[in-house]
Design a protein around this ligand. Structure first.
Ligand code: NDP
Length: 525
């Protein structure tokens, strides 16, 4: 069944234009009740309310079943054990190749290679100060900064209770940018320290990811705050024990997903861009080709013409767009699958504390290492410009497709909040979208980008990831690792999501797939 709705801009709640009431079988005789007379009007609204309750009950029961069912995913206990073992090893291997061999893949069984590599990642005090200091500062600002409060979905294991999430990511993001700029300008903390210490910082992050996983699991088990446990220690360690761990008003799952990985990733790229600038200025000075400095406010603020290479500027922009999108759309996160269903285990903890920031930055590190070795990556203006255009276009589709769906869902649930966080892109909210009503009660959007392909947000993400590789040229595989990895994760996620949606929406999901037959690329796949 397809209907349309017009969101009320004031209330941000759902207002149907054409009402299409589904009746449960025992009410079907009242189908033609007219809302015109007062008695029939009250019976009409009773039928409507009964019908709403029935739909809600169906939805709640389905949600309960999906939420409590233990499924072995990722290859079960064996698969997740391998992932937990191999993740830190693979990250170290790629880092060693970048650091020691300019991105050329090495024999992974060479003892000398590993011994040499290990010397570049030994944790030190400075690395601990940077990484742990940053995370603690994020925890502090998450607890105290102002932000909007958004309700999550009803949590079946809490009897349908909806948890409140303080979305102050944007305020904390601006504070981060201001503080980092001031510290750098005053010379108290040079932003380049991040790439100078990147190896030791990465190993501190690996250790932190492992320690937080074990501590969280232990706290969950010893306090009895566990959910959907499989009984296999390794599988539960990977998937997590607790569903919604919190410290005060900070939801650890959302905090670690939004505040840690993307911000660190951006600061790594910013650090590399500044380092590259400083290296090039130093080279210019040596060659006698230094560009002029300029200043404003009578010399109070001094600037130097930017000497960062185009590829490193590209990576800084790419990571800025990503982190900014996460902050400006944070209010959409509380109703996502990760918040509603996933537990806080190795998969989310290690990935957010360690995997995302220190493996999604390979392109940046590759470009910087090449520049430091005096062999910078250079492309023609046409090549660089084309990639900038592709990045911005893909970002546009990614940002607006995610926001179209998330806002649609929030409007349905009455949690929609209109925000003016920068940048608000055209077509980020669709008026009058078409959708499919389901027996579960939720609606599936079939308008906007979502009428073209069911996972167009994944496609645009993968295109951005590929552009991060292409900007490094074609001499090393490692900068392309992210694109391959993300594609594998998202393709796996499509299968996972299909199974879940099929279980949740049944025949309505089949109808949705019939109406929107393409997954990634309209009219092709
Ligand atoms: P989706 O945004 O596709 O969310 C899937 C859920 O959205 C479904 O389970 C369903 O939830 C709901 N949904 C799906 N289709 C519709 C529709 N047509 N109308 C209404 N609701 C719908 O996936 P993710 O949450 O996995 O990804 C979000 C973004 O994050 C993507 O852009 C992805 O690329 C990115 N991402 C990036 C990663 C990275 O490491 N860089 C990793 C993972 C994701 P419900 O049951 O509530 O209806």
């Amino acid at each position: 069944m397809t209907s349309t709705f017009q969101p009320s801009p004031k209330e941000g709640t759902l207002r149907k234009r054409s009402t299409n009431i589904k009746l449960s079988p025992n009410l079907s005789t009242s189908k033609n009740a007219s809302p015109s007379s007062s008695s029939s009007s009250s019976s009409y609204s009773r039928i409507k309310n009964d019908n709403k309750r029935t739909t809600q009950d169906i939805g709640t029961n389905i949600d309960k079943q999906c939420d409590s069912k233990v499924l072995y995913e990722f290859g079960g206990p064996v698969g997740v054990s391998l992932i937990m073992l191999l993740s830190p090893l693979l990250m170290s291997y790629f880092y060693f190749c970048l650091k020691l061999k300019q991105g050329q893949l090495q024999n992974p069984f060479s003892k000398d290679f590993w011994m040499n590599g290990m010397t570049t990642i030994i944790p030190n005090q400075r690395a601990m100060f940077i990484y742990l200091g940053f995370n603690l500062f994020q925890l502090f600002t998450a607890a105290i900064m102002p932000g909007i409060k958004v309700l999550g979905l009803p949590v079946p294991s809490l009897g349908g209770k909806r948890l409140e999430y303080l979305c102050n990511g944007l305020a904390t993001w601006y504070i981060d940018l201001i503080i980092v700029s001031i510290l750098h300008q005053l010379g108290w903390f040079s932003i380049t320290s991040i790439v100078d210490e990147i190896g030791p910082i990465m190993s501190v992050a690996i250790l932190t990811g492992i320690v937080v996983t074990i501590v969280t699991y232990t706290i969950g088990c010893t306090t009895g705050n566990t959910h959907r446990m499989s009984g296999s220690f390794l599988y539960d360690l990977f998937m997590g024990a607790m569903l919604n761990p919190r410290i005060g008003n900070v939801d650890m799952k959302m905090w670690s997903e939004i505040r840690i990985p993307w911000k660190i990733l951006f600061f790594i790229s910013l650090s590399a861009a500044v380092k590259d600038h400083e290296l090039n200025v130093a080279r210019d000075l040596l060659n006698g080709t230094d560009q002029e400095n300029w200043s404003i406010f009578g010399g109070l603020l001094k600037f130097h013409t930017c000497r960062t290479s185009a590829p490193l500027l590209f990576m800084t922009l790419a990571h800025f767009l990503y982190v900014n999108a996460c902050m400006k759309g944070e209010e959409c996160i509380p109703t996502t699958w990760d918040m509603f269903y996933e537990k806080w285990g190795f998969m989310l903890i290690f990935w957010n504390f360690t995997g995302v920031p220190f493996s999604y930055c390979y392109s940046t590190l590759y470009l910087l290492n090449r520049s430091m070795a005096g062999n910078p990556v250079r492309h023609s203006k046409v090549y660089n410009t084309s990639l900038f255009v592709i990045l911005v276009l893909a970002y546009y589709v990614w940002d607006t497709s995610n926001s179209q769906k998330n806002r649609f869902r929030m409007q349905q649930r009455g949690t929609f909040v209109k925000r003016n966080a920068f940048p608000q892109l055209p077509w980020g909210t669709i008026t009058n979208p078409t959708y499919i009503e389901t027996k579960h009660g939720n609606k599936l959007l079939t308008g906007g980008w979502w009428g073209l392909a069911r996972k167009i947000n994944y496609t645009s993400d993968i295109i951005m990831a590929l552009s991060w590789g292409f900007i490094t040229g074609f001499d090393s595989f490692i900068p392309y690792f992210y694109a391959f990895f993300l594609s594998a994760v998202l393709i796996h996620r499509v299968g996972r999501d299909n199974r879940r949606c099929k279980a949740k929406y049944g025949a309505d999901f089949d109808e949705y797939c019939r109406q929107v037959p393409y997954i990634f690329v309209p009219y092709i796949i």
